[in-house]
Write a protein that binds this ligand. Structure first.
Ligand code: HXC
Ligand code: NAP
Length: 292
């Protein structure tokens, strides 16, 4: 059921979409569904060989056009060239999905200044580079009904220890989403974000849960729904948000995490560990105390 597809056939027909980091993990899963829904998709990242393999697989599986374009989003000139390549092949682009990211766990005091910068450069500067290049192009062309969808995390607003560069950068991306949703609405550009909880991918798990951490910190246990997300669940949400069905949704961040971050936030949520017998005892104690 969690892997069922949500939108009707051809819901993205006529849409040309660029997905950064589209050659692996969640970017690849979302690209797959966009293609199935009739879109043309360009997937971009640093590793061209990986992109070629992924685009070949995506084209085989969906029968649609998927263009691999090499681009390190940290460099504005490469982003401009990537956009030109997409325009030369597809003629126009309608949707930008800022999905590429870099991350690893580390005590912050152990990080070199270059390590911190590397994450900020990929996540915040990379999303800014793509947004600015695509936005300028759309505004210059007078092209409306365009969309930017940003993938953030739930710690973009709570913050999180041990992934501080990522949290700092994702918070910036969320602020950019909300700011431009207002400023560029006049140009017909919609901005939204998705904050995913745990969705297992090799890229994230190798860097955030290396070795035995996978078993020691089973993320499914942190989620009230007691499971991690299915890639199709995220793809369904992303496809809806970039589609014309979401034409009145602007400046929103949609959390898809099974309730994970709220469980960490609610002061008394730890009382989940209290057994039914213990609740009876506690009630008796509380009532006795209030009689005095
Ligand atoms: C401390 C580290 C480090 C580590 C690298 N560095 N790994 N420092 N701990 N584990 C330091 C390096 O020593 C170097 O600093 C600087 O960071 C840059 O490292 P490079 O290897 O030269 O960078 P680069 O080749 O550009 O690779 C970028 C990367 C890498 C971010 C380090 O992991 C990568 O390519 N990641 C892309 C994919 C990814 O991260 N996916 C996960 C997204 S998951 P010095 O000072 O030595 O030069 C995600 C999910 C969030 O965001 C929520 C999940 C629930
Ligand atoms: P992933 O497979 O490692 O995806 C990251 C992608 O970014 C890779 O395809 C990588 O490709 C690309 N990338 C990295 N640096 C780049 C650069 N400088 N220029 C261009 N592309 C670059 O991990 P994922 O789990 O699918 O993550 C996808 C998104 O979801 C990220 O924004 C992440 O923060 C977010 N997210 C994931 C989870 C989760 O549970 N998986 C939870 C919350 C948020 P190359 O190496 O080829 O460049």
């Amino acid at each position: 059921m969690y892997t069922d597809k949500m939108l009707r056939d051809d819901a993205l027909k006529g849409k040309n979409i660029v997905v950064t980091g589209g050659g692996s993990g969640l970017g690849k899963a979302m690209s797959h569904y966009f293609l199935e829904l009739g879109a043309k998709v360009a997937i971009t990242s640093r590793n061209l060989e990986k992109l070629r393999q992924s685009s070949h697989q995506l084209e085989q599986e969906t029968g649609r056009r998927c263009l691999p374009v090499q681009c390190d989003i940290r460099h504005y000139d490469q982003v401009e060239s990537m956009l030109q390549q997409v325009l030369e092949t597809f003629g126009k682009v309608d949707i930008l999905l800022n999905n590429a990211a870099g991350n690893f766990i580390s005590p912050t005091e152990k990080l070199s200044t270059n390590a911190f910068d590397t994450i900020i450069d990929i996540v915040l500067k990379g999303s800014k580079n793509c947004t600015l290049a695509f936005g300028k192009h759309w505004i210059e062309q007078g092209q409306t009904n365009t969309v930017v969808l940003n993938i953030v995390t739930t710690y973009a607003w709570t913050g999180s220890a041990y992934v501080v560069p990522s949290a700092t950068a994702k918070a910036g991306v969320l602020a950019m989403t909300r700011s431009l949703a207002v400023e560029w609405a006049k140009y017909g550009i919609r901005f939204n974000a998705i904050a995913p909880g745990p969705f297992p991918t090799k890229g994230a798990w190798d860097r955030l849960l290396p070795g035995e951490l996978k078993e020691r910190f089973d993320l499914a246990k942190k989620v009230p729904l007691k499971r991690v997300g299915e890639h199709q669940e995220l793809a369904n949400l992303a496809a809806y948000l970039v589609s014309d069905f979401a034409a009145y949704l602007n400046g929103e961040v949609v959390t898809i995490d099974g309730g994970e971050w709220l469980k960490g936030a609610g002061q008394f949520n730890i009382l989940e560990r209290i057994s039914p017998e213990m609740w009876d005892m506690l009630e008796e104690m509380i009532r006795r105390n209030s009689e005095k």
